[in-house]
Design a protein around this ligand. Structure first.
Ligand SMILES: [Zn+2]
Length: 325
């Protein structure tokens, strides 16, 4: 275990110990408190001996994202008791339901725009983030991808959701909003946790301003062709103080924007070829004339044909914005 992780867990465990001690002094009759205290002490002693985070059954490392959520874990996912396994399944199903409820309506229209998206976690929960928020006659569109997947990534995803929902109410200029979000995200995550994101305002006159924090190129689909637009800044959470330059686009009626996460570009076919950005570009060209729903359906069909029997390994999100009139 790296020294930074070690000190992170040490801090977390000592914090828990302090809180437990103060409540158990006031509540000496509660046996569950002293049991918890014993678990924290055992974890601290493992940390000292260098055996922290090792499954007691198979002696392999416990899944890092689970350990981040609960440093008292003693068993890897393969060696949970039946009761623990059922409890975990219930938790995950509930988490998935909560996460679904954070998504915007699937048939979004606002300010002369239509938005359609496809959101597909690799497991029960996803580290992808997708939101659409009304704002002063315009609307805000957000698509992001938290590093990693599974439970830890999904927690960061809901953190981003809450952050941007709160910031959106303050009607800040885009650059300020990103700087705030970046600082909040940097300060509340551990090292190595970051998110790539595209955040933009779409206005009734077709003007779009956006920031791409280290995200994959978005595609502007117009009667002149399909143009990729590259990232304008670094991912969110990478540096506490960084600027996010804003880009401007003008969309004519009928134009579209295609945004996606790396669940699309990093998909592999049976021959081991990666899907890649060039194929997304070709895909956007091929379906340039389709309406947003038809475009999503066609994209999903192409993706299915490409990956065929290969298992989906990463969260996948596609978002199409269409200036309808
Ligand atoms: Zn194990």
């Amino acid at each position: 275990m790296a020294a930074t992780e070690q000190s992170y867990f040490l801090h977390e465990l000592e914090l828990r110990r302090k809180h437990l001690l103060s409540v158990s002094r006031a509540n000496t009759a509660d046996q569950s408190l002293s049991n918890l205290l014993a678990s924290v002490d055992a974890a601290l002693s493992h940390l000292q001996k260098g055996t922290f985070g090792i499954c007691e059954t198979c002696h392999e490392p416990i899944e890092a994202d689970r350990l981040l959520c609960n440093p008292l874990l003693r068993f890897c996912l393969d060696h949970l008791s039946g009761d623990e396994q059922r409890a975990l399944e219930r938790d995950l199903t509930l988490a998935a339901r909560i996460q679904r409820a954070l998504l915007p309506p699937t048939d979004w229209s606002s300010a002369g725009w239509q938005a359609r998206y496809h959101y597909q976690p690799a497991g029960l929960v996803s580290g992808d983030y997708c939101d659409l928020i009304e704002s002063d006659g315009a609307f805000l569109f957000l698509l992001g991808d938290v590093a990693g997947k599974g439970v830890a990534a999904s927690m960061l995803m809901s953190h981003l959701h809450a952050t941007f929902r709160t910031l959106a109410e303050q009607h800040l200029p885009l650059q300020k909003m990103m700087e705030h979000a970046n600082r909040l995200f940097s300060e509340s995550t551990t090292a190595g946790q970051y998110a790539t994101m595209i955040v933009g305002y779409a206005r009734p006159n077709g003007k779009v301003s956006y920031v791409s924090a280290g995200h994959l190129p978005l595609f502007h689909i117009s009667s002149f062709g399909v143009r990729p637009r590259e990232a304008t800044g670094v991912p969110l959470g990478m540096f506490c103080t960084t600027r996010f330059p804003v880009c401007e686009l003008e969309l004519e009626p009928g134009d579209k924007l295609l945004l996606y996460t790396d669940g699309l570009t990093e998909m592999f076919n049976a021959a081991g070829d990666e899907y890649g950005v060039a194929r997304v570009h070709a895909l956007a060209k091929k379906h340039a004339a389709a309406d947003p729903e038809a475009m999503l359906t066609a994209c999903l069909e192409e993706i299915r044909n490409f990956s065929a029997a290969a298992k989906q390994t990463d969260d996948l999100t596609l978002l199409v914005l269409h200036r309808a009139h």
